[in-house]
Design a binder for this molecule. Structure first.
Ligand code: SF4
Ligand code: SF4
Length: 295
C-alpha cells in the first residue's frame, strides 16, 4: 500500500538552537570514526609533505624539492600544477559519485572550525569561555599559518633578521594569522557556507543521486531536535531531503554524519532504530553499516 502523502513530506516543530551550538565529539558509527581518522591523516600529511621535502618550494632561499631531491623552480612549479589538477579531478569525481565529502572529510580548515566548536561547547559554563576561545582560535590560526607557509618559505627566516625576506615573511605571517583568526572566530562554519569558493562550487555541483542524509518517515522520531542542534552547517537534517539543494538541502551538507550519530544515540535510549539515515544501503558503501539501523 502506498504511503499517505504526509508521510512523504512530514512537518516538524521548529527546533530551538541553543546559543552555544552542541558539538558532537565521540563518534558513534563507523562512518564518523573513519572521518576523524581520515581528517587527522590529512592534517598530518599537510605537515609532513614539506617537512620531508616530498614537495617544497622555498622561495626565500630559491631552493625547491620533489621527493627529497633538489630540483629547479620550473619543475617544482609543474609538480604543484599537476598536484592541483589531480586533486581537482579526484574531487570532481568523488563529488559526482558520493557528494560533498571534501568539506567533511578532508578540509583541514573544517577540522579547526570543529575544534573551535568543541571548545566553545565544552566551556559553555566557564566564566572565561570567550577569552579562552579567542586564545584558542589565535593558536589555531598561527599554527595553520605556519603549516601553510612551510610549503613556500623557510620558516627559519622568521628568526634571521639579516635575511632579505625577513620583513616580508613576518608581514605575511601577521596578515595570515589575522585573517585566519577573523575567519575562525567571527565566521566559523559560516565561512564554509557562504564564503569558501570550493564550498560554493560544491553546493552547486552536488547531485541529488549522491550520498545524502534522509529522514525515514517509517520510523519514529521523538522530536528531540538534537540533529539540528549538532549540525555545523545550520541545516535541519530531517527536512534536508525535501528542500532545494542550495537552500537548506543536500548541496549544503558536508556529510559529516554527526546528525545520524546523535539520532542513533537518542533513539537507542528508546530501543528504536534512528529515523535519520543515509539514503543508500550498507552494501553500496561498506562504511555505512550503522549499528542500530537494521533493527
Ligand atoms: S545535515 Fe548532518 S551530515 Fe549534513 S552537515 Fe548537518 S550534521 Fe553533518
Ligand atoms: S535526532 Fe533523531 S529523534 Fe531527534 S529530532 Fe532528529 S531525527 Fe528526530
Amino acid at each position: 500500500m502506498a504511503k499517505p502523502t504526509f508521510f512523504d513530506y512530514p512537518e516538524f516543530r521548529e527546533t530551538k538552537i541553543p546559543k552555544i551550538r552542541l558539538a558532537h565529539v565521540k563518534p558513534v558509527t563507523l562512518y564518523t570514526k573513519y572521518r576523524w581518522v581520515v581528517q587527522a591523516l590529512i592534517v598530518i600529511s599537510f605537515v609532513l609533505v614539506p617537512v620531508m621535502h616530498w614537495l617544497k618550494l622555498d622561495f626565500t632561499n630559491d631552493q625547491y624539492w620533489i621527493l627529497g631531491r633538489e630540483v629547479s623552480m620550473m619543475l617544482a612549479l609543474q609538480a604543484v600544477v599537476v598536484l592541483w589538477l589531480g586533486t581537482y579531478f579526484v574531487n570532481f569525481f568523488e563529488n559526482y559519485f558520493v557528494g560533498r565529502l571534501l568539506c567533511g572529510w578532508i578540509c583541514p580548515w573544517g577540522l579547526l572550525n570543529r575544534l573551535g566548536m568543541i571548545i566553545n561547547h565544552k566551556l559553555r559554563r566557564h566564566k572565561h569561555r570567550s577569552l579562552i576561545l579567542v586564545i584558542g582560535n589565535l593558536i589555531f590560526s598561527a599554527t595553520a599559518t605556519l603549516v601553510v607557509m612551510n610549503w613556500v618559505v623557510d620558516l627559519k627566516t622568521l628568526f634571521m633578521p639579516q635575511h632579505p625576506y625577513f620583513a616580508y615573511v613576518w608581514g605575511a605571517f601577521g596578515l595570515l594569522v589575522l585573517l585566519g583568526f577573523v575567519v575562525l572566530h567571527m565566521l566559523g562554519f559560516k565561512f564554509c557556507e557562504g564564503f569558501c569558493p570550493f564550498g560554493m562550487y560544491l553546493t552547486v555541483v552536488t547531485q541529488k543521486n549522491s550520498l545524502r542524509i534522509t529522514f525515514d518517515s517509517g520510523r519514529a522520531c521523538v522530536d528531540c531536535g538534537l540533529c539540528t542542534q549538532v549540525c555545523p552547517m545550520d541545516l535541519s537534517p530531517r527536512e534536508m531531503d525535501f528542500k532545494d539543494s542550495m537552500n537548506g538541502g543536500f548541496g549544503q551538507c558536508i556529510l559529516c554524519g554527526d546528525c545520524i550519530d546523535v539520532c542513533q544515540n537518542r533513539m537507542a535510549l528508546e530501543g528504536l532504530p534512528a529515523p535519520l539515515r543515509w539514503n543508500t544501503e550498507q552494501e553500496i558503501i561498506p562504511l555505512l553499516p550503522l549499528e542500530n539501523s537494521s533493527r
